[in-house]
Design a binder for this molecule. Structure first.
Ligand code: NAD
Length: 490
C-alpha cells in the first residue's frame, strides 16, 4: 500500500510505526536540508523520544531551500510526512520503522515568506541544518564566507525574497529581535569539524554585510552548539524502494536506508531549551572536540588506510577490503598503536569497543561503500586525518610506521597507474600537481613530500622520511599486499 497516515496502521507487524498521536505533535524545530541523513539520524532520535511519550512539542517542520528539494516536498506531502527508515544489517536483515517526527514541510522557492514566519514563530526554538559542506558558502581558497556568491548578493538587497539559508534565517532573527521574541538556537548537524563555531561565523558574516548591529545582536544572543554526527546513510536507490515494497508491502516514494551504527555527540549549548536527547542515546556533553578527534583519527584515518592500499591490492568495495584479515589487522594495529594513543580521554566511550565497531561497520556488505569514494579529495583529507597523528607520535617518540605507510600508499596511488599498469583516475583538486610530483618519485623518493602546503615541514624529520622511504620502496618493488604483510609482521 502507498504509505500515508491512514495506511500506516495496516502495515505488517514487523514494521514499527508511530504509536503516539501525531495530531498532538507541535513544531518546535525547523530543519533546513531534509535529505537522507537528517531522516536517518536527527528525526529518528526524536521519533524515539516521541514513542516514549516525550518531546511532543519538538516536532520538526522541514524546509527545502533549493529548487531541487521540490521532489522531497512532493514525496513527503503525499505521505503526510511519514517515511520508512530501514536499517540494513550485515547479515542481510532489514529493520523497518516508520518515522513520525516530521509533521510539516515548507518549500522555500514557492513561498519564502511562509518559511521566514515559521522561523520567526515563538514556538520555533531550534533551527537545525544538514545543508552539506557547500551550504556554509566558504570561499575555496580563503576559507572565509564567500560574499561574492550571486545568491548571497541577491539576499542582501533590502526587502527581497531570500534564496539562501542565510537570507531566510537572518531575516527571521531580525523579526524576532524587533518583536521581542527570544532567538532560536542554530544547531548544525553537518559533518564539519566545529560545525557550531563555523555556523556562528558564516551567519554573523552574512548579517554583518546586511546590518552590523544585527550581527552583533546575533553574535551576543544566538547559541550555535557544536556536534559530532555519525551514521552512514547512502543515497536511496530504486532498488531500495522495490526491495522495501517487496519485503514489507510499503510503497514509499522516498524511504531512507542506513547502517545500524549511529552516534550523535552534542554540546549542551541551547538558548531556548531542547528535547531530552540524552534519554535516547545522544551524548550531550560540554566539549565535543575529543569526540571529533576520535572520529577523525580512528574512523576517517582508517578509511584512508583502507583506500589506497585497497585500490592497489585490487579492491573496489570497502567491505571486501575490510573483511580481508590482512587489512583488518593493519587497521587494528594502526588504531591501537598509533591513532588511539594520541587522543585525550573521551568521556563515556570505550575506545576498544569503538575500534571493534569500526571494523564491523567497514565490513558491512549491505552498505556498498566504494574504495573510489574514500580515495577522492586526499589532499584535503590526509592533512586533517592522518598527518596530525604522525606529528603527535613524532613529538611523543611513539610509533609512526602504519600512519606513515598510509601517506606512502597515497603517494604511490597518485602516480596514476596501478600495479597491473592500469590507469588510476585521481580525483583531487590538486590532481595534476600531485601526479606530476608522484611520477618523479622513482628517482627522487621524497618528491611527493616536498609540497609544504600539504605536508608542512614533515620532510625535515628524518625518522618520518626514513619510514616513508622504506614503505614507498616496498610498494615499488613488491607491491601493496606484500608491503602490508611486512608492516603487520613489523
Ligand atoms: P542529501 O543530498 O540527501 O541532502 C542534502 C540536503 O541539503 C538537501 O535537502 C539539499 O537541498 C540541501 N542543500 C544542499 N546544499 C544546500 C545549500 N547550499 N543551501 C541549502 N540547502 C542545501 O545529503 P545527506 O546524505 O542528507 O547529507 C547531508 C549532510 O549530512 C552531509 O553533507 C553531511 O554533512 C551530513 N552527514 C551525512 C552522512 C551520510 O552518510 N549521508 C553522515 C554524516 C553526516
Amino acid at each position: 500500500v502507498a504509505l500515508n497516515a491512514k495506511t500506516v496502521r495496516r502495515l505488517p507487524d514487523e514494521v514499527v510505526v508511530p504509536g503516539y498521536d501525531r495530531s498532538r505533535v507541535t513544531v518546535g524545530i525547523v530543519h533546513l536540508g531534509v535529505g537522507g541523513f537528517h531522516r536517518a539520524h536527527q528525526a529518528m532520535y526524536l521519533d524515539r523520544l516521541m514513542a516514549a511519550g516525550e518531546a511532543l512539542d519538538w516536532g520538526i517542520c522541514g524546509v527545502g531551500v533549493l529548487p531541487a528539494d521540490r521532489a522531497m516536498a512532493d514525496a513527503l506531502a503525499a505521505q503526510d510526512h511519514l517515511y520508512t527508515l530501514v536499517v540494513k544489517h550485515p547479515d542481510g536483515r532489514y529493520e523497518p520503522r516508520v518515522i513520525g517526527s516530521i509533521v510539516d514541510y515548507l518549500f522555500a522557492p514557492d513561498d519564502p515568506e511562509a518559511v521566514i514566519e515559521k522561523l520567526a514563530a515563538p514556538a520555533t526554538r531550534i533551527v537545525s541544518l544538514t545543508v552539506t559542506e557547500g551550504g556554509y558558502n566558504l570561499h575555496h581558497v580563503t576559507g572565509q564566507f564567500a560574499a561574492d556568491n550571486p545568491d548571497v548578493q541577491h539576499d542582501l538587497v533590502p526587502g527581497v525574497a531570500p534564496k539562501t539559508s542565510f537570507g531566510l534565517i537572518v531575516e527571521a532573527l531580525a523579526r524576532r529581535r524587533d518583536r521581542g521574541i527570544a532567538p532560536f538556537t542554530v544547531m548544525s548537524c553537518d559533518n564539519l569539524q566545529g560545525n557550531g563555531d563555523l555556523s556562528r561565523r558564516v551567519f554573523t558574516a552574512f548579517a554583518r554585510l546586511r546590518d552590523p548591529q544585527l550581527a552583533d545582536w546575533i553574535d551576543a544572543n544566538v547559541r550555535f552548539p557544536n556536534s559530532m554526527v555519525d551514521r552512514i546513510t547512502p543515497v536511496t536507490t530504486d532498488a531500495d524502494r522495490a526491495e522495501i515494497a517487496r519485503r514489507f508491502g510499503v510503497e514509499d516514494r522516498w524511504p531512507v536506508v542506513c547502517e545500524p551504527f549511529t552516534q550523535w555527540v552534542l554540546a549542551d549549548d541551547f538558548g531556548a531549551g531542547r528535547p531530552g536527547y540524552e534519554k535516547v542515546g545522544v551524548q550531550v556533553v560540554d566539549d565535543v572536540e575529543p569526540y571529533e578527534l576520535m572520529k577523525l583519527r580512528l574512523l576517517n584515518a582508517s578509511h584512508q588506510a583502507l583506500a589506497y592500499f585497497g585500490h592497489l591490492a585490487g579492491y573496489r568495495l570497502v567491505d571486501r577490503a575490510a573483511a580481508d584479515p590482512l587489512f583488518a589487522t593493519f587497521l587494528r594495529q594502526y588504531m591501537d598503536r598509533e591513532g588511539t594513543p594520541t587522543l585525550a580521554p573521551v568521556p563515556g566511550v570505550d575506545l576498544d569497543a569503538y575500534q571493534a565497531s569500526l571494523l564491523e561497520r567497514f565490513a558491512n556488505p549491505e552498505v556498498r561503500d566504494t574504495i573510489a569514494r574514500l580515495c577522492a579529495e586526499s589532499s584535503d583529507r590526509i592533512p586533517k586525518w592522518v598527518l596530525p597523528v604522525i606529528r603527535a607520535q613524532l613529538k611523543a617518540g611513539g610509533p609512526i610506521d602504519h600512519a606513515t605507510a598510509v601517506v606512502a600508499s597515497w603517494a604511490r596511488y597518485a602516480e596514476g597507474v596501478d600495479e597491473q599498469g592500469e590507469q588510476i583516475t585521481v580525483v583531487d583538486p590538486l590532481a595534476d600537481r600531485l601526479t606530476a610530483a608522484a611520477k618523479r618519485q622513482r628517482s627522487e623518493p621524497l618528491a611527493f613530500l616536498a609540497d609544504r602546503s600539504i605536508f608542512g615541514d614533515l620532510i625535515d624529520d628524518e625518522r618520518f622520511t626514513a619510514s616513508y622511504r622504506a614503505t614507498l620502496d616496498s610498494l615499488h618493488t613488491v607491491g601493496a599486499r606484500a608491503t602490508l604483510e611486512g608492516l603487520v609482521a613489523g
